[in-house]
Design a protein around this ligand. Structure first.
Ligand code: GLN
Length: 182
């Protein structure tokens, strides 16, 4: 719909999977897994409504569609959004509460080397007006945190990051996602 779509497509291609851009319910019906990219969650939410994708997306998520949400994508997939717009949707694909723009206006963007559960070496992460996770449900595994705030979480085939894994050359999180997606 909006946001950092092409860099994700390039990462997926580099891992020998086939990226497909999804803008219509028909296109959604044809994919095996989905990435909801970073951008602006309120805009993505509106565009999902106006494109007719909101209902079909909710149905596929309820059906267990493997999905990766990055930054705004994480907000869209969360079960609860703090500091959001009252009318923005939270699809509840993963049981967590996120706070938008949580790292504060004065530190809109930063980079950090994260220790990620399951990865041998640190992961260099780019945060842009990023959210963080305030609370996680029982089934959610926290894979990385910044100052005690979860920024990478997984529940079943749903992986979400507060940062932008598509903006570096490190393909390990896309690789992990494709493995989760089978
Ligand atoms: N702050 C944005 C939002 O609320 C997310 C920023 C991003 O995706 N880089 O949707």
């Amino acid at each position: 719909m909006q946001g950092a779509v092409r860099p994700h497509a390039r990462a997926i291609e580099a891992l020998d999977a086939e990226p497909v851009t999804v803008r219509t319910p028909d296109q959604l019906a044809g994919v095996d897994s989905l990435i909801v990219p970073g951008g602006e969650s309120t805009t993505i939410s509106k565009l999902l409504d106006s494109s007719g994708l909101a209902g079909p997306l909710a149905a596929r998520l309820a059906d267990g569609l493997p999905v990766l949400g990055t930054c705004a994508g994480m907000i869209v997939l969360a079960s609860e959004v703090l500091d959001g717009r009252a009318d923005q949707r939270a699809y509840g694909a993963i049981d967590l509460t996120v706070r938008r723009n949580a790292f504060g206006r004065q530190v809109d963007s930063f980079e950090a080397d994260l220790d990620v559960t399951g990865l041998d070496d640190p992961y260099h992460a780019v945060f842009i007006r990023a959210p963080f996770v305030e609370a996680v449900g029982d089934g959610v595994e926290v894979l990385a945190s910044v100052d005690g705030h979860p920024v990478l979480c997984r529940q079943g085939p749903v992986l979400v990051s507060a940062f932008h894994p598509e903006l570096t050359d490190d393909l390990r999180l896309h690789e992990l996602f494709l493995a989760l997606a089978g």
